[in-house]
Design a protein around this ligand. Structure first.
Ligand SMILES: Nc1ncnc2c1ncn2[C@@H]1O[C@H](COP(=O)(O)OP(=O)(O)OP(=O)(O)O)[C@@H](O)[C@H]1O
Length: 248
């Protein structure tokens, strides 16, 4: 079966430095892939290349059978690739409900969306996503008063309102408390039933909890890929990444 996302021999240089070096990856629909590796391995750059934020020096990215390598960022987003960044982009003065409503449409003017959409489809979707993100009781609150964890969950909800087929997340549990991490793991386990996910993460406990497949990058290349058990048993991964993590 072809992957929902296929990365073929991707390379990217900044000036003369090659930071992504002949990297290939296939993500099968319905799986949660964790992308791990030491600092500077090229994980964020890979996400930027998938979403079209930057363009590769060579290689290609295929999504749902379409070559999206040359497409602009907004076209790739509309094709069904959503991304949650580490720094939340919620509108703090709007309520949780309003933030989710704004995210429902991919139109460029958020306030226009806020007044335009009053469809039953929106209400159903909003309820569904608020439940998934554990925010049902917070729908009427101003987003600015949410805790760090709740803000992250709201942002996940906002990306989901756009119904991505593939969702990318950058270090989603950074700065969270233990109980917030547990709740986030539960959200991801639910989420992966309907959405394909690529999650960049350093916390191997969390990776162990959520990943179907773990992809390890090192110096811009694929070092290893497999189940968490395969990865933890791989001496090359222990050498360049896990050993360093255990020592930290
Ligand atoms: N715009 C840029 N210009 C020059 N070099 C860059 C640029 N963006 C990234 N790099 C370099 O590319 C390499 C890969 O960076 P990247 O942020 O993708 O790594 P990462 O695996 O996400 O690291 P971390 O885990 O620390 O976030 C690093 O050496 C970084 O300094």
């Amino acid at each position: 079966m072809a992957g929902l996302l296929e990365i073929h021999n991707l390379s990217k240089s900044f000036d003369t430095i090659k930071v992504i070096d002949d990297f290939s990856l296939e993500v099968v629909e319905g799986t949660l892939c964790c992308l791990v590796g030491p600092n500077g391995a090229g994980k964020t750059t890979t996400m930027d290349l998938i979403t079209g934020r930057i363009k590769p020096s060579s290689g290609k990215v295929v999504f749902a059978g379409q070559d999206i390598t040359a497409q602009p960022e907004h076209v790739i987003a509309r094709a069904g690739i959503g991304r949650k960044f580490q720094v939340p982009a919620v509108l703090r003065d709007l309520t949780v409900r309003q933030n989710l409503t704004v995210a429902f449409s991919r139109q460029t003017n958020p306030f226009w969306n806020l007044f335009r959409f009053r469809s039953p489809g929106l209400e159903r979707k909003l309820d569904e996503i608020a439940t998934l993100a554990g925010l049902t009781d917070r729908l009427g609150e101003r987003a600015g008063i949410l805790s760090h964890g709740e803000t992250q969950w709201l942002e996940i909800g906002m990306v989901l309102m756009q119904e991505p087929r593939l969702m990318l997340m950058d270090e989603p549990i950074a700065g969270m408390t233990e109980s917030e991490i547990e709740k986030t793991a539960a959200i991801f386990k639910e989420l992966r039933k309907t959405t394909t996910l690529i999650v960049v993460e350093h916390d191997m406990g969390f990776v162990r909890e959520i990943a179907d497949v773990v992809t390890v990058m090192h110096m811009g290349s694929l070092l290893a890929q497999g189940t968490i058990q395969d990865i933890e048993a791989d001496p090359r991964v222990r050498d360049v990444y896990l050993g360093e993590q255990e020592a930290a």
